[in-house]
Design a protein around this ligand. Structure first.
Ligand code: HEM
Length: 416
């Protein structure tokens, strides 16, 4: 029989099994780690930092649903590290808020982010996709390879988000890219002083751009999302200039890389399964089902962050109060209890849309339909133009060095 000390130690080890999400092994194949976690340690501490991780579909959905137990204040350390000077810390507008603040702010944004705003972007999407595909065809005819991020995903999504947020009038796409790249590499611990100085300069500059756009729409209202946000009113409340600035920051922060990487994942899938490309070319009506399965299979964001407000028991394990939790959406999407044969890419599954890639509950992604439309129009333009596409194997691709998101920094493709 185990002594009480040995049994206590075994219990502690079961809760902290030494699984490192920042290890090279995990980054090479995160889905293998998630399987181990789901099967053996569905609720446990992982490295780095002994953060808690939740991996089963039912637990993940429960955590997203119960904001009173799993607070979105969990995002604060990522947005507002204490080594940044106060004027540079990013606000937690909507994303890092809980009801009732979140409810009021989301209602205001919903007033502005209506279907018409998305529909008005369609001609721009079609035109931009058409021009970029024509350039890719010219490169292909000249026997040149394509780097899909540079040649399609960045300029296509960048143009749309630039129009949506007004930044296309004030900045180049390259400037936005650099700002987003900065945000994505903000380290959890205090970095070197010169890095902090460069980051703070970039944040201050970007905030000035956002303020100028808001000032412009106050003076010269237009038919666009920013003007609608400026004028949105619910129960006598309007968004302050600072919250308007934070919403533009959030739209780019949440809607740029995520959609770019979804496009990348879609292209990689077409390259891996050539029959899929033939099926979609023959029957374009299948494109929405294909997109849903790409989102389930390879979500661009793997985790969201939460903080427990009280002790809570999931899968038989009690998480204490005030703990930071990684809620792993990408693992929930591969839970065989919810999606039979989860590692098989199958666009015929009838419950694909139940994936948690856009979240669940009060914070469900506000841009989900915009993102789906962007990817649909891109594929409707790319698929008729080429009969086949190929790309290097997963292990030869440069993956983003992050366990929070999944995507590549370059995607060499060969079209035919
Ligand atoms: C494939 C692309 C996208 C994915 C996978 C995605 C994913 C998500 C997820 C998982 C959440 C929930 C976060 C949480 O619960 O903590 C979220 C929230 C959000 N997303 Fe998206 N997103 C995408 C595209 C977009 C786009 C294009 C926009 C807008 C331009 C956008 C704007 C937002 C906003 C504003 C929120 C915060 C909502 C709230 O807190 O109530 N997203 N997104």
């Amino acid at each position: 029989m185990m002594t009480p000390e040995a049994s206590q130690q075994a219990g502690a080890e079961a809760l902290r099994p030494g699984i490192a999400l920042n290890s090279a092994g995990h980054l090479a194949n995160p889905f293998a780690t998630y399987r181990t976690l789901r099967e053996q340690h569905p609720v446990c501490r992982v490295e780095p930092d002994g953060l808690w991780a939740i991996t089963r579909f039912a637990d993940v959905r429960f955590a997203m649903q119960h904001y009173e137990l799993f607070s979105s204040l969990g995002f604060k350390p990522l947005l507002q590290p204490d080594w940044l000077s106060p004027q540079c810390r990013r606000g937690g507008f909507m994303l890092a808020e809980d009801p009732p603040d979140h409810t009021r702010h989301r209602a205001l944004v919903n007033r502005a982010f209506v279907n018409r705003v998305v529909a008005e972007l369609i001609p721009l999407m079609r035109q931009q996709a058409g021009e970029l595909v024509a350039q890719i065809q010219a490169r292909t005819r000249a026997g040149q390879g394509v780097e899909f991020l540079r040649d399609f995903a960045y300029p296509y999504i960048g143009r749309i988000i630039g129009r949506l947020t007004g930044t296309e009038e004030t900045q180049t796409l390259e400037e936005i890219r650099q700002w987003v790249a900065f945000l994505e590499t903000i380290p959890p611990t205090r970095p070197a002083a010169d890095y902090i100085a460069a980051l703070e300069a970039a944040l201050i500059k970007q905030n000035d751009y956002f303020r100028a756009i808001i000032r412009d729409r106050r003076e010269k209202p237009r038919q666009d999302l920013i003007t609608a946000l400026v004028n949105a009113e619910v129960g006598g409340e309007k968004l302050s200039d600072d919250l308007l600035r934070q919403s533009l920051d959030l739209f780019i922060g949440a809607g740029f890389q995520t959609t770019i990487q979804t496009l990348n994942h879609a292209m990689m899938q077409l390259a891996r399964l050539p029959q899929l490309m033939r099926d979609l070319r023959a029957e374009p009506a299948l494109i929405p089902a294909f997109i849903e399965e790409v989102l389930r299979f390879n979500p661009p964001g793997h985790c969201v962050l939460r903080k427990t407000t009280a002790a809570v028991t999931l899968s038989g394990v009690t998480l204490p109060a005030d703990e930071y939790v990684l809620v792993i959406l990408a693992s929930a999407n591969r839970d065989p209890g919810q999606f039979p044969q989860p590692d098989k890419f199958d666009m015929a599954r009838d419950n694909a849309k139940q994936h948690l890639t856009f979240g669940y509950g009060v914070h469900t992604c506000i841009g989900a339909n915009l993102a789906r439309l962007e990817v649909k129009i891109a594929l409707e333009t790319i698929l008729p133009a080429f009969t086949a596409v190929s790309c290097p194997p997963d292990e030869a691709l440069p993956w983003i060095d992050s366990f929070l998101s999944r995507g590549v920094t370059e995607l060499p493709l060969q079209f035919a």
